[in-house]
Each structure stands twice: as structure tokens, then as C-alpha cells.
Write a protein that binds this ligand. Structure first.
Ligand SMILES: [Zn+2]
Length: 276
């Protein structure tokens, strides 16, 4: 089994996810528990300066008056800009964490019921055997980390879109609220939805580049590589595309959760305000 996994660029720990109870088994930085990959990969700069790289999650927090307070132990007393940025994103993410008095448990991350089956393992091996080099997102240091993370999750189809919720038996209907016409998947929402297409039209005009045509999130994330703009402008364009993805997702969330109307000019303003 390990040989098959190694051949497919996978390892077993990346397929098993910790479900946090009291934090007694999951290692905060190393194990998969909060994000789709271990926190050391999400926050590489922080991981470099953390004192105990294999610490258990329970040693990283205290509960004070019913609230979780995260404790950090760094190798040095002051943090640089990248580390500070990562820390603020990580604190935002950690706000979602809930702990309780039960032991941590492990679930199989590739089955909706969280139960290991030979069939699901076979599926993973088959899926990965055709992809010798998995896609890795390039982090863009000119935009906030949260923007990078959103694109990275979207590429892996890990955003809680309506289609993803329906797959998890959450009965919300699968239609995209922005257009009302198609099923809301990550690819639809960020590429083929009419709202996204208007945004990409705006981006190509604004950046003075050929029209952006994309059929998948991956197409969007690699588009800048084919524009021959030179290293610096390529990086800027990539930052604009990542930011536009973030703002489309934000518009969609504001529409659903705050009853706001989706408005192209407002979303364009948001994109500019993050970048300028
Ligand atoms: Zn749509």
C-alpha cells in the first residue's frame, strides 16, 4: 500500500484527518485537522520559527472564561512582516475551532461518512495515478494570505459551494445564487457564471491584456504564465486574478448571508481597494 501511495505522490497521513476533541492526539502543525493540508504548509513562515514543531494541539491553547486563547512559542521574540501576516490569518482561522472534553479522533478524509473503505482507497489511487505531478498553487506575496488560501481551496474544490453542501447531505439546493441558472461549483462560480465573466472582462480591460477565458479554477491560476508580460507584470496579474476570485466569493457570501445585491461595480471597487 505504501509503495502504491508513494508512486502516486501521496502519503497515508495526508488522507486521514483529525477531528479535534481536547487536542490530545492531533499535532498542531504536522497533522491534518483544520485545513485541507497540515498547518505547517499553510503557514510555512510561522512553522520555521515555532519552537516545538511536533507539539500536540492541547499544548497550544488554554480555555479562559469559556474562550480559547492560543499560546505561541517562537524561537525569537519579534516577528517579521510575513510572519505577522500569517499569524493574523491563522488567528482568524482558529476562531472557528471548537474544543471539548472528548479525545481527538481520526477520520478517513476521502469518504463523506469519514469511514475507510477499500473502494475509496482504490478511487484515490486511480485518480492520482494519472497525475504524476500534482498541481501546486504558487503563493503570491503581494496579496493577503487569505486571498491565496481562498484560491488554493477553490482549486482543490474545497469551498463550501452549494454543490459541495448537497454532496454532504445539506439540503440547500445546488443552484448558483449569482446567476440562478447553473449548479454552483467552484469552477462555475469563478469562471463560467455570468457574474464571474463580467469580472474577468473588467480585469482584462483594466490590465490591458487579452480576454481571460477559463474553464476551471486551474485555468485561472495559470493564465498569467501564458501572457508573456515579464516576471514582474506576471506576478501583478496573478495577484489581480487571485484577488478577483476572492472578491467574487465575497460577493456571493454577502448576497447569501447578508441579503446584499450582487453588484459588478461594487465588486470591482473591492478588487481595486485590496490591490491599490
Ligand atoms: Zn452562476
Amino acid at each position: 500500500m505504501e509503495n502504491h501511495l508513494a508512486f502516486s505522490n501521496l502519503n497515508l497521513t495526508s488522507l486521514i484527518k483529525g477531528v479535534l476533541g481536547m487536542g490530545d492526539k492531533t499535532r498542531f502543525w504536522i497533522d491534518l485537522w483544520l485545513t485541507p493540508v497540515p498547518l505547517r504548509e499553510v503557514f510555512p513562515n510561522l512553522f520555521l520559527i515555532v519552537k516545538d514543531k511536533v507539539c500536540l494541539t492541547q499544548s497550544c491553547f488554554e480555555v479562559v472564561d469559556g474562550n480559547i486563547v492560543w499560546k505561541w512559542r517562537w524561537k525569537r521574540s519579534s516577528l517579521n512582516q510575513n510572519e505577522t501576516n500569517e499569524l493574523s490569518v491563522s488567528l482568524n482561522m482558529l476562531q472557528l475551532v471548537i474544543v471539548n472534553n472528548t479525545p481527538d479522533r481520526w477520520i478517513w478524509d476521502n469518504d463523506l461518512a469519514g469511514v475507510f473503505t477499500v473502494a475509496s482507497m482504490k478511487q484515490i489511487l486511480l485518480k492520482n495515478s494519472n497525475m504524476p505531478v500534482p498541481f501546486t498553487i504558487k503563493w503570491n506575496s503581494w496579496v493577503p494570505i487569505k486571498v491565496n488560501i481562498l484560491a488554493w481551496k477553490a482549486e482543490m474544490d474545497r469551498l463550501p459551494t452549494y454543490v459541495a453542501l448537497v454532496k454532504r447531505n445539506v439540503d440547500v439546493g445546488s443552484t448558483c445564487r449569482l446567476c440562478g441558472d447553473y449548479e454552483e461549483t467552484c469552477d462555475h462560480l469563478l469562471t463560467s457564471c455570468y457574474f464571474a465573466m463580467l469580472i474577468w472582462q473588467f480585469v482584462s480591460n483594466w490590465c490591458n491584456i487579452p480576454p481571460i477565458f477559463a474553464f476551471s479554477v486551474r485555468d485561472l491560476l495559470t493564465f498569467h504564465e501564458y501572457c508573456n508580460l515579464g516576471l514582474k507584470k506576471n506576478k501583478v496579474l496573478y495577484g489581480v486574478i487571485l484577488t478577483a476570485c476572492w472578491c467574487i466569493w465575497k460577493t456571493r457570501n454577502e448576497m447569501i448571508f447578508q441579503n446584499k445585491t450582487a453588484n459588478i461595480s461594487k465588486t470591482m471597487k473591492d478588487i481595486k481597494s485590496i490591490l491599490l
